[in-house]
Design a protein around this ligand. Structure first.
Ligand code: NAP
Length: 285
């Protein structure tokens, strides 16, 4: 269990979800702080979990050991510039969950002109199922993060689901293409299966429930089985049977090649967006 003081800058959906996960693992609400300009967003979280709230990001940084940057990517440069002096003074572990913002940009915003803070920084890429504690989060630590801080960062993000460390930050673009954008691919498949079921004559509710439960059951089997997804697929594909017919149609349509193209396209956009986010915010230093 984490005994450090943890602060969230930004009290949106992700902060709420991570806080809920941390409390469920036994973290005391009194060890958690949130800051946000909107008191009306923080008050219900404080009532539910007994956490501390403030409108001042600086007060938050001065009160905690770990600062989690949970604002939108476009708001990150301004927040980092605001807290830079206090990060230099109190040297917390800084964790960014902002999608697509490079650690070199966060480091540069946290280093003010006079002082290099060399912040201990962990950059994460969670995905939306983190909101229901079933996320997949890739983490990258800069060279100032100690082993103890890595363990802490991992324990915090594990409250939102699976965590996995990357040795190279450049892999974050492939992660963004796979797990970051991945939930949308599955929603697309569920939706397509549901609509196909309706075309075959099922009523909407029946098609909807069957498509969702099938996706859930297949994921659960793939997670719990020692077999690869490919082997699991072959096991449910009897020669001459119905599944074989459907898979043949999908393979004729070059589904696998389509996924490679789709992920390459998402990865390339991730690289472009990181450059735009870094450049757009450069003026705020
Ligand atoms: N939601 C997801 O599933 C998901 C998945 C992966 C990664 N992420 C990342 O997680 C981060 C948070 O996402 P979210 O969905 O929780 O965002 P969100 O719901 O928009 O929450 C951000 C909160 O921060 C507040 N804020 C704005 N400027 C601030 C400042 N200067 N100081 C303190 N608070 C400030 C915002 O207020 P305003 O509304 O007034 O701006 C808002 O209440 C994002 O960077 C996103 O890329 C989210």
């Amino acid at each position: 269990m984490i005994n450090k003081k943890i602060g969230f800058i930004g009290s949106g959906n992700m902060a709420y979800s991570l806080i809920g996960g941390l409390i469920s693992t036994g973290v005391n609400g009194q060890n958690i702080w949130i800051s946000d300009p909107h008191s009306e967003k923080m008050t219900p979280i404080a009532s539910q979990f007994g956490v501390n709230i403030t409108n001042s990001n600086i007060e938050l940084v001065q009160s905690v050991d770990i600062v989690i940057l949970a604002v939108k990517p476009q708001q990150l440069a301004q927040v980092c510039t605001e807290i830079a002096a206090d990060v230099i003074n109190s040297r917390p572990l800084v964790i960014s969950i902002a999608a697509g913002v490079l650690s070199k940009d966060i480091e540069s915003w946290l280093n003010n002109q006079q002082n290099q803070s060399n912040p201990a920084l962990v950059r994460c890429m969670p995905n939306t199922p983190a909101l229901v504690q079933s996320g997949a989060t890739a983490l990258f630590a800069n060279k100032y993060v100690s082993d103890e801080q890595k363990t802490l960062a991992e324990s915090i993000l594990r409250a939102a689901g699976l965590t996995i460390w990357l040795d190279n930050e450049s892999d974050m673009d492939a992660v963004t293409a796979l797990s970051g954008s991945g939930p949308a691919y599955f929603f697309l498949v569920i939706d397509a299966m549901e609509k196909a079921g309706v075309q075959l004559g099922l009523d909407e509710k029946t098609a909807h429930l069957l498509a969702i439960q099938t996706a859930f059951g297949a994921s659960k089997m793939a997670l719990e089985s020692n077999d690869s997804p490919e082997t699991l697929r072959k096991k449910v594909t009897s020669p001459g049977g119905t599944t074989e017919k459907a898979i043949a149609v999908l393979q004729d349509g070059k589904l696998e090649a389509l996924f490679v193209k789709a992920l390459e396209s998402a990865r390339d956009r991730s690289i472009e967006l990181a450059q735009i986010l870094g450049n757009d915010s450069a003026g705020s230093k």
